[in-house]
Ligand binder design. Structure first.
Ligand code: HEC
Ligand code: HEC
Ligand code: HEC
Ligand code: HEC
Ligand code: HEC
Length: 384
């Protein structure tokens, strides 16, 4: 009898863990904030929700936004490949094309309590042009049939309502750049897309707008007086100069056991969140390598600054070696006495990666743009 009971327990455990290894991978908890597409009507005096329509008056902002990753949140080939690899889940759309009429189907309800399995019906008002615009103007600027803005201009031909929180972006950005981790089977220290949590951990004020929509003086519409306005470029990992500026690298060479010791200290000096932030695919690598006078490469060592997550059978944060705001990390490279005679200098290279090469291959992403780029390069002559 006892034996049978144990056998049953073992079977249940095997079935449970087996299921944990094959179940669909739901990496985040779906909150009300992004559970459903946003229903939206054009405000009075506004003929269309399209960015190009807003841009017919707000030309400079339109041009900035057009270059941003928000404008490419749907068309981005990496996103499209990943979406397909992940089985075209509806939930992805609610942040990448959040307006109801950007989506082919209407969400009528859900079959599961976790809200990953929606009941769909074709959307008669689906607008393919609007879909291509990804995170478009209306997503951030239209609420309850009016345009919301940081000051509430009285000069606009469309109704405007002041939203004082827009100036810091806490509300407008958290809708998508924060995902919670409150589910029984999830053990993240910080949520996936943990940008907001990372800023809190560093003890900083959450002011996404202050850094990502830098202020400038200009007219909002040609012919109007210049006023303070935020540049809508939303620059981050896809803009190498922004990433380069946020990293400081200090190199020190010391005597060590007849050879040398090179210490590289990396500091995040600009980003209030971790460098890098966002999806756990993004990471930094540091490589130090010996090179001789003829340019021939010798021994090298590499380090990775990344978030390491175990996905199955449970989601567990294993390690996080990214750089929080003002945080430094040092890496040591030893050059032995023998190597000092043979080699001439050390090459130091820091690289930013949008994506891991192994994952790129797995999802079959044919990248036309490089998925990594150098953010710091220097050669230091070995002191003999
Ligand atoms: C016909 C021209 C026109 C169109 C089209 C237009 N706007 Fe405006 N908008 C204006 C003018 C004019 C102002 C006031 C400029 C000023 O205060 O200097 C303004 C002001 C604003 C403001 C500032 C609010 C604040 O707090 O001061 C926002 C935000 C805004 N528009 C968003 C939009 C969006 C989003 C669209 C498209 C859905 C749009 N506008 C379409 C002309 C236009
Ligand atoms: C409706 C959802 C949504 C909202 C709201 C939103 N974002 Fe984003 N954001 C995205 C998505 C999706 C991407 C990634 C697009 C891609 O790379 O395909 C992104 C990318 C970014 C990037 C990365 C750019 C890069 O180079 O990799 C920055 C920076 C950013 N957003 C800042 C902000 C700020 C600041 C706010 C608030 C003012 C904000 N976002 C509001 C969805 C949103
Ligand atoms: C991801 C969210 C987001 C998107 C998308 C977005 N905006 Fe904004 N917008 C903001 C925030 C946040 C502010 C407040 C900036 C500040 O306080 O300086 C703002 C401010 C403005 C203003 C007021 C003046 C200024 O620059 O501060 C105008 C006008 C405006 N946006 C128009 C647009 C238009 C037109 C588009 C589309 C082409 C657009 N926005 C897309 C978040 C967004
Ligand atoms: C003090 C300035 C600062 C603040 C505040 C800030 N950022 Fe950033 N952000 C940066 C810099 C610099 C980078 C580029 C370096 C990097 O990759 O971290 C960046 C990069 C990003 C990226 C691209 C991913 C990456 O790491 O390359 C996203 C997404 C992003 N920020 C979102 C946000 C959001 C959302 C907020 C508010 C919750 C915010 N940021 C607040 C400075 C800031
Ligand atoms: C809660 C909002 C949200 C949901 C839901 C969401 N994303 Fe995103 N996604 C973002 C934001 C914000 C970014 C940009 C910041 C970052 O890199 O994490 C992003 C970035 C990405 C990127 C990186 C783009 C680049 O060029 O670096 C890919 C790929 C992506 N998402 C795919 C997906 C897929 C596939 C799903 C569905 C399984 C999904 N996303 C669901 C908000 C979301």
């Amino acid at each position: 009898m006892k034996k049978k009971l144990w056998l049953l327990v073992a079977l249940v455990l095997v079935a449970f863990f087996g299921w944990r290894f094959v179940r669909p991978m739901n990496i985040f908890v779906v909150e009300d904030r992004f559970a459903l597409p946003m229903k939206m009507e054009s405000p009075e005096g506004i003929d269309s929700l399209n960015a190009s329509y807003c841009g017919s008056c707000h030309q400079a902002i339109y041009e900035e936004w057009s270059q941003s990753m928000h404008a490419k949140a749907w068309t981005d080939p990496y996103y499209q490949t990943d979406l397909e690899f992940d089985g075209n889940q509806q939930i992805c759309l609610n942040c990448h094309i959040p307006l109801e009429n950007q989506q082919k189907d209407l969400v009528m309800g859900f079959r599961d309590s976790e809200r990953f399995d929606p009941i769909l019906k074709p959307n008669p008002n689906f607008d393919v042009t609007l879909q291509q615009e990804g995170v478009t103007c209306a997503v951030c600027h239209i609420r309850d049939g009016v345009i919301i803005g940081p000051t509430g201009s009285e000069l606009a031909p469309h109704p405007v309502k002041v939203d004082p929180e827009m100036g810091s972006g806490v509300k407008s950005c958290q809708q998508c750049h924060l995902v919670s981790n409150d589910r029984w089977d999830v053990f993240y220290k910080i949520p996936p897309c943990g940008t907001v949590a990372e800023i809190k951990k560093g003890g900083e004020q959450i002011d996404c707008v202050g850094c990502h929509l830098p202020k400038t003086q200009r007219p909002l519409v040609e012919g109007f007086a210049a006023r303070s306005s935020g540049k809508h470029l939303f620059q981050g990992g896809h803009h190498p100069p922004t990433v380069k500026d946020s990293l400081k690298v200090e190199l020190v060479q010391e005597n060590n056991k007849g050879g040398k010791l090179i210490t590289a200290t990396l500091t995040n000096i600009k980003a209030a969140h971790a460098l890098p932030t966002g999806t756990p695919d993004r990471h930094l690598t540091l490589r130090m390598r010996l090179v001789d006078r003829q340019g021939k490469q010798g021994p090298e060592e590499s380090w990775k600054m990344a978030r390491l997550i175990m996905w199955r059978p449970f989601i567990v944060d294993l390690k996080d070696t990214r750089l929080l705001y003002n945080q430094s990390r040092s890496f040591k490279f030893e050059v032995a006495q023998k190597e000092l005679e043979q080699y001439d200098h050390v090459e130091v290279l820091v690289t930013y990666h949008l994506l891991d090469e192994a994952r790129r291959k797995r999802i079959g992403y044919q990248n036309k743009e490089p998925i990594f780029y150098p953010i710091f390069e220097k050669t230091i002559p070995l002191q003999k």
